[in-house]
Design a protein around this ligand. Structure first.
Ligand code: MN
Length: 240
């Protein structure tokens, strides 16, 4: 039975504008989303709809189209399906604080008739039909040991492109790294960070919007006053 208790316990919903988690009932869809998340480190949050929630992994680099290249995908807590349309900022200091960009979306199917069992066994083979991710992919759990305790930990997976017409070898396998815009709004991470409230749908007051200071140079079109910019730089330092 899917649960969102971990998801909810990690978030202060009085501060962040992410949705409160609720397991969806009676849904058999197979949506997926990938959210590019500029937090402590830039990563790609892969979310596959299964059992009324999004099973979620944080992929540490852009997915590679080369079947010889494996990407570390760290299993994280299940997310509510409402999360799938999410784009904007999570306030600094909150869990996952940073900018979230909707990088891909679509549907997926399992290559077997038991994806739940495959997930438990640590080998999920899927076919993705997204705007950027296509064809066969595999998620394979690694048998890791925690270095301090020697205990087996079960949250590191690998995301691997499987051989098919969508696979690309060598340098061509990095093609997805040049995709830096939102599939929802066409915006870059910097553009989302500059105006988070334009996208976040919420019936709460927009006063809760918090701009996430960016470490990288502001875009040329940025018309912030020098005073404000100074403040932002200070905040960025604190965050780093
Ligand atoms: Mn994330």
């Amino acid at each position: 039975m899917a649960s969102l208790n971990t998801y909810n316990s990690k978030r202060d919903f009085g501060v962040t504008r992410e949705p409160r988690g609720k397991v969806a009932r009676g849904k058999s869809g197979r949506r997926f989303v990938i959210q590019r998340h500029d937090a402590t480190r830039l990563h790609y949050d892969l979310r596959l709809e299964l059992g009324g929630v999004y099973k979620s992994w944080a992929v540490t680099k852009t997915p590679s189209l080369d079947p010889a290249v494996k990407r570390l995908a760290v299993e994280v807590e299940d997310h509510p399906l409402e999360y799938g349309t999410f784009e904007g900022t999570i306030p600094v200091g909150q869990y996952g604080g940073g900018t979230v960009q909707l990088w891909d979306r679509g549907t997926w199917t399992s290559q077997t008739d038991d994806p739940e069992g495959d997930l438990k066994r640590g080998s999920l083979k899927i076919v993705m039909d997204g705007e950027r991710m296509h064809g066969k992919w595999a998620l394979v759990r690694m048998r890791d040991r925690d270095e301090s305790s020697g205990r087996r930990v079960r949250h590191n997976w690998l995301l691997i492109k499987e051989v098919d017409d969508e696979a690309r070898r060598g340098a061509a396998g990095d093609a997805l790294a040049s995709e830096v815009t939102s599939v929802k709004t066409g915006r870059t991470l910097d553009e989302i960070a500059a105006k988070p409230s334009k996208v976040w749908s919420s019936n709460r007051s927009t006063e809760a919007d918090v701009k996430v200071p960016k470490k990288r140079a502001a875009p040329a079109a940025n018309k912030k006053s020098p005073v404000k910019r100074k403040k932002t730089a200070k905040k960025a330092k604190r965050r780093a």
